[in-house]
Design a protein around this ligand. Structure first.
Ligand code: GTP
Ligand code: MG
Length: 642
């Protein structure tokens, strides 16, 4: 199966125990994510559950349902790391509760900025109470910096509000950036099990890159080499899993124990596990205490939890709400990449207290009070001018002018212009004809999506040669700037991956090939309008007569030049139109003017045909309006004897 042309997103639930996360996922998807016996018996979620949701607007979502119980926050973290958006569930009868706060804290630390708040169980409360709760939930979100999240009332019991939740989710994900498929594969394993006939299967969200059957991958930590036997997305075999998809991978010759939750599937020779990571830390504003030097913590990254200590490099403590540079020293190695977000929980009681970003994922041992070390970390953090310019540009999906990028990167003067020039020279950034800069990665991603959209539309509409530029552009995003779109299509045309006729684009080199069944339909339609001569049946009449939707066939015949689209309601065969033109030529040999009645009488047609036909002939230059009558148009003038 080819990858479909829609986008992928991972949606994670969040919220206090019993507030209705699993019930809402069931209402939205039809899937019961509580699959463990114990979950069913106790009526609570213990581990992660997974479902699939197709949202309006063509977004295919992997849903990760997390448990709300305080004791299972560890499992929640394994699911939350790597979500694109949150579905924060708050029961209308209880309002904001401790794990509502902790889950939102965690998602905040992980940098999740999209989401919808579902106010569940509205069937259990009075109208007035609902208003009060809505108000206080909105206040809470506002104070936490999530004031732009829609709050949607819903009942998983009656189904009320289901559509509104779906619409709100589609809105929250509408402008989601595609994850980089061009980078090396990286998948945090959140489940591993044995499947009869396939051996060991692991699941996780593919953070970046692609995975295909036959790929060689490495499991880290442990450095176990393996080969992909099979790839599934949402329960279907695929030729390729793409970044952003929930993925199940069957691995050859590997025991289940070799890939427990917390390990990673990686493209070979990419990341290495390491125990010392330089980081920037941020302590939660309502953490119960300050973070102390050498404090023991639980380090959560991807689906892994690793114990370690925090070595603070700037002072002895970080107060709630504060931040600083630190080194995390772990008891077991972690597989981190530069820029990864992670969460820290206190050792006991286990509670989310801080989070941060990896700066140097495999660092030398740092000592406190070393000005040089701090300087090095700061330099790593901000990067070279080129890195900073590229990072700033990478945050701008529509690209931007050089001045704007430089400002966002905190660069000026020669430093900025040199960084820009080097990136363009090196092919990492591209300057469009209108001056806009954009990363090559973004351009490549757009090209790829454009091809997918074209492919999908071609498959869905086999009678159409291709897709109009306008339709392709709107499919790629209503706000996509014209210059960017032009560049994408120009690149595809130059690479020979797409062809163009008038303003219609077609993917690939093959010509249209109709199935015998479709060809028979087209031939049937062609015969009917041919037989109708200058008074062919309308599409509606044809449809009744033939019993299928004839519009595509008529457009197809028009595209092939075998029919002429006089109006959307009148398609005439090419032969019939040629006969009309021949009749006109003869007519104008003896007459100066043509009246509507002449046309009707001469060709034997009613007003229903003569009016649109004459307008078509005007447009095509065969006739020209002159007062109430027609005279020969420019295409007949050479022949006219008048
Ligand atoms: N009346 C009513 N009951 C609901 C609604 N949503 C959930 N419930 C009930 O509330 C209870 C808890 O729902 P769950 O969906 O399991 O809650 P949860 O948030 O997944 O709980 P954990 O996963 O354990 O954190 C169940 O008995 C549900 O049937 C609702 O909208 N209306
Ligand atoms: Mg649940």
């Amino acid at each position: 199966m080819e990858p479909a042309a829609h986008r992928f997103a991972i949606l994670g639930t969040a919220g206090h125990i019993d507030h209705g996360k699993t019930a809402l996922v069931r209402l939205l998807t039809g899937t019961d994510t509580d699959r463990l016996k114990e979950e069913k018996a106790r009526g609570i979620s213990i581990d992660l559950g997974f479902a699939h949701l197709d949202l309006p607007g063509g977004i295919s979502c992997g849903v990760v349902d997390v448990p709300g119980h305080e004791r299972f926050v560890k499992n929640m973290l394994a699911g939350a790391c790597g979500v694109d958006a949150m579905l924060l569930v708050i029961a209308a009868d209880e309002g904001v509760m401790p794990q509502t706060r902790e889950h939102l804290d965690i998602l905040d630390l992980l940098g999740v900025k999209r989401g919808v708040v579902a106010l569940t169980k509205i069937d259990m409360v009075e109208e007035e109470w609902l208003e009060l709760v809505t108000e206080s939930v909105k206040e809470y979100l506002d104070a936490r910096g999530f004031g732009d999240f829609p709050v949607v009332p819903v009942s998983s019991k009656t189904g009320e509000g289901r559509e509104a939740v779906l619409t709100a989710l589609a809105g929250a994900l509408a402008e989601l950036e595609e994850r980089p498929a061009s980078r090396a594969a990286r998948l945090p394993v959140d489940r591993a099990f044995t499947v009869e006939g396939f051996g060991t299967v692991v699941t996780g969200t593919l953070w970046q890159g692609t995975i295909r059957p036959g790929d060689r991958l490495v499991v880290e930590p442990g450095h176990v080499e393996t080969r992909v036997r099979n790839v599934e997305v949402h329960g279907e075999h695929v030729a390729e899993a793409r970044a952003g998809q929930r993925t199940a991978v069957a691995l050859a010759g590997l025991a289940r124990d070799a890939v427990p939750r917390g390990t990673w599937l990686l493209a070979p020779d990419t990341l290495r596990p390491a125990s010392m990571i330089d980081v920037r830390l941020r302590v939660l504003r309502d953490a119960p205490k300050e973070l102390r030097h050498r404090q023991r913590v639980r380090f959560h990254l991807g689906a892994s939890e690793i114990l370690g200590r925090v070595v603070l490099l700037e002072g002895d403590r970080i107060e709630p709400g504060g931040e600083g540079l630190a080194q995390i020293r772990l008891e077991e190695p972690a597989v981190a990449d530069r820029g990864d977000r992670f969460v820290l929980r206190s050792y006991s009681p286990a509670r989310a207290i801080a989070g941060g970003t990896a700066i140097l994922p495999d660092a030398p041992k740092r000592r406190r009070g070393h000005g040089k070390a701090l300087e090095e970390i700061r330099r790593e953090e901000s990067g070279s001018p080129e890195d900073r310019f590229l990072a700033a540009l990478g945050e701008m999906p529509h690209g931007a002018g050089a001045a704007e990028v430089a400002r966002a990167a905190g660069l000026a003067g020669a430093e900025a212009s040199e960084a820009e020039a080097r990136l363009i020279e090196g092919g990492t950034a591209v300057r469009l004809p209108d001056g806009t800069l954009v990363t090559s990665e973004r351009l490549a991603g757009l090209s790829r999506r454009a091809e997918e959209v074209l492919e999908e539309l071609q498959r869905a509409n086999p009678l159409r040669w291709g897709t109009s530029r306008g339709e392709l552009k709107s499919r790629l995003g209503a706000k996509l700037p014209a210059a960017l779109f032009e560049q994408v299509t120009a690149d595809l045309l130059a690479a020979g991956r797409v062809r163009q006729r008038e303003d219609v684009l077609r993917r690939g080199r093959e010509e249209m090939a109709l199935s015998p069944e479709l060809q028979a339909r087209v031939d049937g339609v062609a015969r009917e309008i041919e037989a109708g001569g200058v008074t062919p049946p309308t599409p509606k009449e044809l449809q009744t007569r033939l019993g299928f939707n004839v519009l595509d066939a008529l457009e197809h015949l028009t595209f092939r030049g075998e029919a002429v689209k006089v109006t959307p309601e009148l398609f005439m065969s090419r032969g019939a139109v040629q006969r009309v033109v021949a009749w006109l030529e003869t007519f104008f040999q003896d007459h100066r003017e043509l009246s509507m009645a002449d046309l009707r009488g001469g060709l034997g047609m009613s007003r229903k045909y003569s009016v649109p036909l004459l307008e078509h002939l005007d447009r095509q230059g065969w006739t020209r309006r002159s007062g109430d009558v027609r005279i020969p148009g420019r295409r007949l003038e050479g022949d006219s004897r008048s």
